[in-house]
Design a protein around this ligand. Structure first.
Ligand code: 4AD
Ligand code: MG
Length: 433
């Protein structure tokens, strides 16, 4: 039996038995109040005569039997259990390192235990729903789920963030993106999608970069850039709408004001990169330079977190930016045939300053162009031989995108530091627990 069942149906006066852990413990002279947490993270207050449970400690694993009672003072739903029996599986060591208030660093050091805190439990539930509804959307719309390899030979998103592996004496890398493999699959499987870990050796400590993140990617033959924007928009709206409905209680616990999502019902905003730069210039936006100085932003600059924040600060609806300079994007992007120097690409930015959530666009499908781009990027064409084959044997127009789930969660839940959107964060300084 689970606590949720007891809270959601009429069990008053009935005897129940629950298994779980002692989440909080308050001993008084006469009675001891045990806040029991079950294996789905719900809690309920159980009251015992203090003499009955002398040796119990926080996080002890127990089985509690008792009568369900109404009591307005009970912390969860005005319902508590008047304990009649207590079986102990294990008395937890007295030195449980996490108290009620802890520094963020300590919670990260003890993440394996911090997963038992209400905040992490509710975030984990919301993550699970996001995954469930993303999968549901793709399934309902007849995209096929595929599983690309994560050990690869070439870079997709630039050499500076590659994790190098000793692969039986040879060099290989951890995948930065499944994109090139998804591109290979569309010729026989049609629209495909995958959800994998992607790896980036991000050397800077930021509140939106992880070394390992959950990457949702999709790719389809015969799509256009406007199609991709629509697919991305439908996917995000569906997933968030469904998650809000399924996880009302979790959002309430995390004190998320669902009014923040009002703007999602509207078509997402769309501007071109050119318009974004004009807007930033009109706002007198300055780029920080490496030497500590700053200068006015200009055409050709990539958009960074500061400029993205500036553009979306006042918005409640996500923003698409299309047509980035080809130079600031990787080797595979398709150049805009009617506006040389710009590419058929987009980024989706979360509103209210949260910044980039996904990147995508059309792919270069012309063999000589792609081949020279690979060389220009300083990559070894040998490693991309198989990828170039895709442009030799029945090349078609195609495109797709990749969305970081932690970036989506960061915006959705208004999380400051991306580390809080994942259970075991991997960063430059943290590969354990
Ligand atoms: O913008 P990125 O680098 O694009 C690609 O990898 C494409 N090949 C995807 C594709 O078209 N199939 O990464 C895609 C998204 C970003 O928009 C961001 O949400 C997330 O992945 N991302 C990260 N999330 C957390 N930590 C990092 N270090 C991230 N790097 C990228
Ligand atoms: Mg990007």
């Amino acid at each position: 039996m689970r606590i949720r069942d007891i809270l959601s149906a009429d069990y008053i006066g009935k005897e129940v038995t629950l298994r779980g852990w002692v989440y909080r413990l308050r001993k008084q002279k006469g009675n001891t109040f045990v806040l029991l947490r079950d294996d789905r993270g719900s809690v309920i207050q159980c009251v015992f005569p203090s003499t009955r449970i002398d040796n119990i400690t926080r996080e002890s694993s127990v089985e509690i039997s008792g009568i369900v009672k109404e009591d307005a003072r009970a912390p969860e739903g005005g319902i508590e259990i008047s304990g009649t029996d207590l079986k102990i599986f294990q008395v937890s060591d007295k030195d449980y390192p996490l108290g009620e208030y802890q520094s963020a660093e300590l919670l990260l050091d003890y993440r394996h235990l911090a997963l038992r805190t209400r905040k992490m439990i509710e975030i984990a539930k919301i993550r699970a729903s996001i995954f469930k509804f993303l999968r549901q959307w793709f399934s309902d719309n007849e995209w096929m789920e595929v599983t690309p390899p994560l050990i690869v030979k070439g870079s997709v998103e630039g050499g500076s963030t590659l994790f190098k592996l000793n692969y039986f004496g040879d060099v290989a890398f951890l995948s930065q993106s499944a994109q090139l493999y998804l591109e290979a699959m569309i010729f026989s499987l049609g629209p495909v999608w995958s959800l994998t870990s992607s790896f980036r050796a991000e050397r800077s400590r930021t509140i939106r970069h992880l070394a390992e993140f959950s990457h949702l990617e999709c790719e389809s033959p015969w799509v256009t850039l406007p199609d991709l924007l629509q697919i991305q928009e439908n996917l995000v709206r569906y997933t968030i709408d469904k998650t809000i409905k399924e996880r009302k209680d979790s959002l309430k616990f995390l004190e998320i004001d669902t009014n923040r999502f009002r703007g999602l019902a509207e078509p997402f905003h769309k501007i071109t990169y050119d318009q974004a730069i004009e807007k930033l210039i009109s706002l007198d936006f300055k780029m920080a330079e490496d030497d500590g100085k700053s200068r006015m932003i200009r055409w050709g600059d990539d958009l960074n977190i500061d400029s993205e924040r500036e553009l979306t600060r006042q918005m409640l609806t996500p923003l698409f930016i299309t047509g980035y300079p080809t130079e600031v994007k990787p080797f595979y992007v398709k150049e805009n045939p009617v506006r040389f120097g710009t590419s058929l690409t987009f980024d989706l930015l979360g509103p209210q300053g949260y910044g980039e959530v996904s990147s995508g666009g059309m792919r270069e499908d012309h063999l000589p162009t792609l081949s020279s781009r690979i060389k220009q990027a300083g990559l070894n064409p040998v490693d991309y031989g198989w990828y170039l084959d895709l442009r030799k044997y029945g090349s078609v127009e195609h495109g797709g995108f990749g969305m970081g789930i932690e970036r989506l969660l960061r915006w959705f839940l208004g999380i400051e530091d991306i580390k809080d959107s994942v259970l075991f964060p991997r960063t430059m300084s943290r590969s354990s627990p």
